[in-house]
Design a protein around this ligand. Structure first.
Ligand code: ZN
Length: 146
C-alpha cells in the first residue's frame, strides 16, 4: 500500500487501519442535513460530509470518503469524535487536530481521541492535506451553517 512510506508507530498505525477498514458513519444523511463536498487535489481525495445540527448540537454526522487510506481513516475518526458533541466542542476538536497536523502541536488524547494516531503525519507534508481534509470540511460546514 502506498501509505507504507508513512512511518507511524505500530499502535497508531493499527488505529488508523481499523478506521480505514471499518469506516464509521459511512453514508450520506438525507432530509435536512447540510452537505459539503470537498477535495484534496494533490492526492485525489474526495469527501462528502453530511451534518445535522440541532439546538447547537451535532445530532448526526456522516462521511463518504474516497482516496488514500489516511484521508478515509481521518474522515471516519472525525465523524466518530464529533457526533453528539456541541458545535463549540466540535470546533475546538477540529482546531486542535488542525494544529496537530499542520504544526505538530501535541494535543490531549481525551480531546482528540483516535485522531491522536495522526500525530506522525505532520512530518510528511505531502500527507498533511490528506489527513486534514475531513477536519477542514467539518470547519467549513460548522462555520457556514446555522
Ligand atoms: Zn490522500
Amino acid at each position: 500500500m502506498e501509505d507504507e512510506r508513512v512511518e507511524l508507530n505500530d499502535l497508531y498505525r493499527e488505529i488508523l487501519m481499523d478506521h480505514f477498514r471499518h469506516p464509521r458513519n459511512h453514508k450520506i444523511l438525507n432530509g435536512d442535513a447540510m452537505k459539503v463536498f470537498d477535495t484534496n487535489p494533490l492526492c485525489g481525495d474526495e469527501l462528502t460530509l453530511s451534518v445535522r445540527v440541532k439546538d447547537g448540537r451535532i445530532e448526526d454526522v456522516a462521511q463518504v470518503a474516497r482516496g488514500c487510506s489516511i484521508s478515509q481513516a481521518s474522515a471516519s475518526m472525525m465523524t466518530d469524535l464529533v457526533k453528539g458533541k456541541s458545535k463549540e466542542e466540535a470546533l475546538k476538536i477540529a482546531e486542535a487536530v488542525k494544529a496537530l497536523l499542520t504544526q505538530g502541536e501535541p494535543q490531549p488524547e481525551d480531546l482528540i481521541g483516535d485522531a491522536i494516531s495522526l500525530e506522525g503525519v505532520h512530518k510528511f507534508p505531502v500527507r498533511v492535506k490528506c489527513a486534514l481534509l475531513a477536519w477542514m470540511t467539518l470547519l467549513q460546514a460548522l462555520k457556514g451553517g446555522k
